[in-house]
Design a protein around this ligand. Structure first.
Ligand code: NAP
Length: 291
C-alpha cells in the first residue's frame, strides 16, 4: 500500500491525519513542533524533517497556517521541493492566497510535481468525523488520482476547475462566516444593552427560519463568554486579508469585506487572536463599555 504524507498537525491537521490512519493508509507525518505528533505515536511514521516526508510518501497533504508557511515548507533551504521526485503530488489543504497557490503550482510543475489545491470547510470536530466539505482544483487527472485520500476526511468534495478557484470559493464561504459572526455578536449586544437577555435572543433566533449552524452551535457559547477556539480569530483575520488582497488583484469592490476586516483587526489589537473568531463579541463588548 502507498504511504501518504502529512505536514502540519495543528487543530485541523491532527484529526485529518487521524482519519487517514483510521481509513487504513500508512502515514508518514511531520510537524514543526514535535509534541503535536504525540496523538499519532505508534499509528504513523513520525519524521524529524519535512524532507523525509517528501522522500518517503506520495501524495503529501499540507495543512499549514498561511501562504508563508506553505512556501517555507516547500521552498525554504530545508524545504521539501529539493527532495520531491517527479510524478509525486502535493495536496494543499491550507487556506492561502489564490494567486500564490497558482505560483506554487507553476513552480512544482517545473519538476513535474503535481499540485491539488484542496481547502476545507468545517472545524476540527467535522474533520475528526470525516465530514469536511472540500473544494478541489488542479489538473482533473491528478484530482481523480488523489480523490480517495481526500475522501477519508470529507463527506463532500467539489471539483472547481483550475488552481485558484477552490480557494476563491473557500474565501467566499469564510467571508459569509465572518460577517455572520459579527452580525450575531452585534445583535446580542443590542439585546443586552436594551434589557433583553442575550440567551433569550439566541433562543428566539434559533426558532426562526434564519437560524444557522453558527447561531445554533456558537450562539449559546457566545452567551456564556466561552471563546475556546475551534477556528482562531487570527485565522479569520488572515482570511479577510486574503479576500481583501484577492479583491484588489481582481479590482472587485467588496465593502463588507473591508468592514469585517477592520472589526477583526480591532479584535486582534485587543489580543483576542488566539481565541475563537466569535470573540469578535468580546471586542464589541470592550468598545461598548460605559464609563
Ligand atoms: N480551524 C478551523 O476550523 C479551520 C477550518 C478550515 C480551514 N482552516 C485552515 O486550515 C489551516 C490550518 O488551520 P489550523 O486551525 O489547523 O491551524 P493551527 O492549529 O494553527 O496549525 C497550523 C499548522 O501549521 C504549522 N506551521 C505554521 N507555520 C509553519 C512553518 N513556517 N513551517 C512549518 N509548519 C508551520 C504549525 O506548526 P506548529 O505546530 O509548529 O506551530 C501547525 O502544524 C489554516 O490555513 C486555516 O485557515 C482552519
Amino acid at each position: 500500500m502507498k504511504k501518504v504524507g502529512f505536514v502540519g498537525l495543528g487543530s485541523m491537521g491532527a484529526p485529518m491525519a487521524g482519519r487517514l490512519v483510521q481509513s487504513g493508509y500508512q502515514l508518514v507525518a511531520y510537524n514543526r513542533t514535535r509534541v503535536k505528533t504525540e496523538p499519532l505515536r505508534g499509528r504513523a511514521e513520525i519524521t524529524s524533517t519535512q524532507r523525509e516526508v517528501a522522500e518517503k510518501a506520495d501524495p503529501i497533504v499540507l495543512m499549514l497556517t498561511d501562504t508563508q508557511a506553505v512556501e517555507d515548507v516547500l521552498f525554504s533551504s530545508q524545504g521539501m521541493y529539493e527532495r520531491m521526485a517527479s510524478g509525486k503530488t502535493i495536496i494543499n489543504c491550507s487556506t492561502i492566497l489564490p494567486s500564490a497557490s497558482k505560483k506554487i503550482a507553476d513552480r512544482l510543475k517545473r519538476k513535474n510535481v503535481g499540485y491539488i489545491e484542496a481547502p476545507v470547510f468545517g472545524g476540527p470536530q467535522m474533520a475528526a468525523r470525516g465530514e469536511l466539505i472540500v473544494m478541489a482544483a488542479g489538473e482533473r487527472e491528478k484530482y481523480e488520482e488523489v480523490l480517495d485520500v481526500i475522501r477519508t476526511f470529507s463527506s463532500k468534495v467539489f471539483y472547481t476547475g483550475r488552481v485558484g478557484t477552490a480557494l476563491s470559493v473557500k474565501l467566499g464561504l469564510n467571508l459569509i462566516v465572518a460577517v455572520h459572526g459579527q452580525a450575531l455578536a452585534e445583535s446580542m449586544i443590542l439585546a443586552r444593552k436594551t434589557g433583553v437577555d442575550p440567551s433569550l435572543f439566541v433562543q428566539i433566533l434559533n426558532s426562526t427560519g434564519y437560524k444557522t449552524t453558527l447561531s445554533e452551535e456558537k450562539g449559546p457559547s457566545m452567551v456564556k463568554g466561552d471563546f475556546h477556539p475551534t477556528f482562531f480569530l487570527k485565522h479569520m483575520f488572515k482570511d479577510l486579508n486574503l479576500i481583501d488582497e484577492t479583491a484588489k488583484e481582481n479590482k472587485i469592490f467588496m465593502p463588507l469585506t473591508t468592514q469585517a476586516r477592520i472589526s477583526y483587526l480591532a479584535a486582534s489589537n485587543l489580543e483576542l487572536e488566539d481565541k475563537d473568531y466569535t470573540a469578535i463579541l468580546k471586542m464589541l463588548d470592550e468598545l461598548n463599555k460605559q464609563s
